[in-house]
Design a binder for this molecule. Sequence first.
Ligand SMILES: Nc1ncnc2c1ncn2[C@@H]1O[C@H](COP(=O)(O)OP(=O)(O)OP(=O)(O)O)[C@@H](O)[C@H]1O
Length: 640
Amino acid sequence: MVSSANSKAPFHVAGVARNDLLALLAFLVALAATGVLGAYHLTILNFVLLRAIVVLGLVLLTGYTGQISFGQAAFVGIGAYTSAILTTRYDISPWLALIAAMLLVGILAALVGLPLLQLEGHYLALGTLAFGLIVYTGMLEWHSLTGGPSGFSGIPAFSILGITFDTPRANAYLLVVITALVTWVARNVAHGRISRQARAVRDSQITAECLGVGTASLKLRMFVLAAVFAALSGGLYVHLIRFVNPAPFDFLYSVELLTMAVVGGLTSIWGGLLGAAVLTVLTEALRSAVPGATGEVQLVLFGALLVVMLIFWPSGLAGGITRAYHWITTQMRGRSNSAGTESPALPRVAETIPDWLTQSMEGSPSGVAGEPLLRVAGLTCRFGGLVALRQLDLTVPSNRLLAVIGPNGAGKTTLFNVISGLLAPTSGTVEFAGHQIGGTRPAPIARLGVARTFQNVEVFPRMTCLENVLVALEAEQGPGVLASMIRLPRVRAVERELEEQASDLLRFVGLADHASTLAGDLPLGQQRALELARAMAQRPRLLLLDEPASGLNPSERAELARLIRTLRELGIAIMLVEHDMEFVMNLADEIAVLNYGEKIAEGPPATIQRDPAVIAAYLGDTLDDGQIQQTNPGLKGIGA
Ligand SMILES: Nc1ncnc2c1ncn2[C@@H]1O[C@H](COP(=O)(O)OP(=O)(O)OP(=O)(O)O)[C@@H](O)[C@H]1O
């Protein structure tokens, strides 16, 4: 057995130290600039920083979670008015009022987000837009509270230890420090578990759920976090300006903020800062060059810029700069490292299993051989008039491999979809380890110990191999949002341990050299291996493999068979759907044959090969559809 202790730390975090240094440098430059800039430029700097705080939240929400919000201006406005009202009417300290505003907006965002986040894509954008319009109208019309269109003044400035922040320079110092803190928090979130889960949901929500990621609560938490950032910006703004009215919080401001996030680069924290800076400066330049260019003109310009960027340059300035940087460093290294994709599709897998995995499997109750772990009874699944599964009964004990075979359209994938929670059965029961799981969502089923791979490989293409595995490892373990925001040493220690485990699993499936390769860049065979590593990270008690050998060459199939045997020896129950009959006959303990959703035979491979009903089903299918002959190369295993 190979111990995980000597495994190398993964590389994708290697750049963090350098980035930390750059961030520190940027902070010192901003502080130094604050000391020397004139009043006009300080005011612009303050606006850049106030916007940057909101944009950072949007980067986390839109870039990392894939949720588009046109309602951020409303959260800024509510934060601003709450802090302004609390300080002017109730004489509360601006600091306390600011915290109260953030709390209130956090609660409100949770209430608004619950129904809104049920909507997807454009509908969510429309929902947040409607929310923004309602809030803006409220600010205009609720005179007794907001002072109506003309707002109100007399809002106190921040002060601490006898220093009052009532000049552009003092404000700039305060904002530089607070923006640095917010950037640090955003960066922690962006590098941690929550961001990995969010990016997984963005790449494929269904797959993330099948790994045990609770997608609904994840989206809600990001929505709340982005809203709290917006409230912080609003609260700071009113105590710096000392006046509040609804005008700055209109729809235009929401578009402006989203444009800043897109222009800067939606998946980059420093891109968010850059976007806020570039667009604020451009707006100012436009205002001085064309005095009438406000309101509608700006809206049109920002809208156009947003569309152009999304179509032609979706990775924004940050993406462009990063690519240029990589290009330059590659040129400087003389392209010595550029070739490296010639490895076989599925390299020989490691001989050994990581110790921690064996131990965790031994501790699992599924380690008792012979006990039925999965019991499917009377399972029927209809799609309108089509019966995909009819009165199906199956049991799968631990430590056994049950192959499910049948002609195309027999219902095999439907069966997997029901067991893993992607489909609810029409009738019948699915019992796993004593739990009724039929009709349950995929995430809780995954957390009970059911892992799966997909017929059409479903890796998270824009994440590295290491991150793909980490998402599965972290679904149950790892820090929550608050701990991720602060990233205490304890949190970093847990992250390091999980990264080591992820590296072990990559080594186990022969992908040790690809920890920092984007999963989408791998050839098909290696993507299948990655799916297996990810499934193993779930420490499954039942593993559903949907056509894992399709697209692999004979030597890759042999490797895969060896890997599957090793997994079974760990005590994992395996269900295998596969058209390659030779592959199936060599691996299966038992075979269940489906035809038109019904089980027509079940038994050990030798019996199934000679079963007349099975032969008839396969040959009948071949006659009906010549395709089957090619997609079923293993037909020679049937009726032989
Ligand atoms: N979501 C769905 N909506 C409607 N019909 C569906 C759906 N999923 C599957 N079906 C139908 O149910 C039947 C069984 O499909 P299923 O994909 O489970 O078969 P299969 O045995 O996995 O086939 P293959 O070997 O081609 O993957 C097919 O007729 C299919 O068209």
